[in-house]
Design a protein around this ligand. Structure first.
Ligand SMILES: Cc1ncc(C[n+]2csc(CCOP(=O)(O)OP(=O)(O)O)c2C)c(N)n1
Ligand SMILES: [Mg+2]
Length: 402
């Protein structure tokens, strides 16, 4: 890769001219249509359906956890639905994404089968990670979802690497490598990757190393801070500098930064889609401070002493599902002038998602737990003899540490 020089045809001054920046798209200057106006009616309804599916899935996970059917860590996404749905739907299906441990929403928005997702929650062999990952490790290669990661910030270099690989494929190899839905030898195309992180990851060294390289080498990764205001019980302004304007951090690494409201999925799309298109076209990174809020505790046991009920209620008043339902029932009209969504259609969608999640629960409950032998598969091995104090470990053999 020839790094920044490969963009020599695009004059930096032209690219950074306010009129050419995706943070100032034509529609904001009163010209042209908003991106969401070009989205088919059925797709908008699907966005609402996906947000409802995530909410229902999380509600049922919470119940199953109380019944001890789900064990280990479990972080619910309730309240943040528009963030995953609005950003993922701004991508092509084969643009890779990677996220942290609050990952069920991204998996479902990406199209993961709800049964495989729920079975993973239940630790069953039919789960997307064979029941060996659990809540924090949703993986779905056919849907270009590369996890689900538990170490705060660790996914951000991975997202950067995914974008580097995509750009290398396009610019250096010139053809795509074998991947789901792509046969070897197809012309590679320009891609972007999304690397989601929580506001708690903002001060992790890994993020800053990754952002530095992305800025230096023009790696087309978009860091999305799902800024729900808290890292466990620590409010962002107590632990992070410039919390009132995180785009300054992007500036320091020479990349585009934007603050986007993550509560209204249509508005989010209108602001985010131009950034994705720009990053793809010019093969550049970006950094988004996406304002959102989680309604529930950090994980399953959190007395939430760090915030008031009034604060939570205030954000519930901006609920993204209520907002989208209102827009589709009252503001957006179909070609015949009628509202895009009727009350009856809304009820049907609710019934549909309840049914999907119920079937997913049944599937998870009735699936077998992994075989004992699975303990020794899909684990790291020492590639070189005598490198480990506990001797050589070969794939499939009993781990000497156990
Ligand atoms: C490197 C590392 N340090 C600490 C933890 C413990 N930990 C788990 S979640 C979390 C808070 C992260 O908050 P944030 O990034 O804002 O994500 P949110 O939970 O709000 O989605 C911490 C400190 C961890 N998993 N990894
Ligand atoms: Mg947070």
């Amino acid at each position: 890769m020839t790094t920044a020089h490969s963009n020599a045809s695009i004059k930096p001054s032209a690219l950074s001219h306010p009129e050419n920046l995706p943070t100032n798209p034509a529609w904001k200057r009163g010209q042209g249509k908003r991106p969401s106006e070009l989205v088919p009616d059925a797709t908008l309804i699907k966005w609402l359906r996906d947000m409802l599916l995530i909410r229902e899935f999380e509600n049922r996970c919470g119940q199953a956890y109380q019944q001890a059917k789900i064990g280990g860590f479990c972080h619910l996404y309730t309240g943040q639905e528009a963030a995953a749905v609005g950003t993922i739907n701004s991508l092509n299906h084969d643009d890779p994404i990677v996220t942290a441990y609050r990952d069920h929403g991204h998996a479902l928005a990406r199209g993961m089968d709800a049964g495989a997702c729920m079975a993973e929650m239940f630790g069953k062999s039919t789960g997307c990670a064979k029941g060996k990952g659990g809540s924090m490790h949703m993986f779905d290669k056919p849907n270009w979802m590369f996890g689900g990661h538990g170490i705060v910030g660790a996914q951000t270099p991975l997202g950067t690497g995914l974008a580097f690989a995509a750009r290398y494929e396009w610019e250096v190899i010139g053809k795509s490598l074998p991947n789901p839905g792509v046969s070897d030898g197809q012309t590679a195309k320009k891609k972007v990757s999304l690397a989601y992180l929580g506001d708690g990851a903002l001060n992790q060294g890994a993020l800053h190393e990754a952002m530095n390289l992305a800025g230096l080498w023009d790696i087309p990764v978009i860091y999305i801070v799902e800024n729900n205001g808290y890292s466990m019980g620590t409010a962002i302004h107590r632990g992070t500098t410039m919390a009132h304007d995180l785009t300054k951090k992007a500036e320091a690494y020479g990349m585009l930064g934007a603050i986007i409201d993550g509560f209204d999925v249509i508005d989010l799309y209108d602001h985010f889609k131009p950034i994705v298109d720009w990053c793809r076209e010019h093969q550049k990174p970006a950094f988004i401070d996406l304002k959102t809020y989680r309604y529930l505790g950090h994980s399953m046991s959190d007395p939430q002493k760090y915030r008031t009920k009034e604060e939570v209620d205030q954000f519930k008043g901006k609920d993204s599902i209520d907002r989208m339902t209102h827009v589709l029932m009252n503001e957006r009209k179909a070609k015949d002038g009628k509202p895009l969504l009727s009350e009856a259609q809304f009820m049907d969608i609710q019934t549909e998602v309840k049914d999907i999640v119920k079937k997913a629960m049944d599937f998870a409950e009735n699936s077998p737990v992994p075989e004992m032998s699975e303990l020794f598969t899909d684990v790291m091995m020492n590639p070189q003899a005598n490198m480990s104090p506990t001797a050589v470990y070969t794939h499939g053999a009993k781990n000497p540490l156990l």
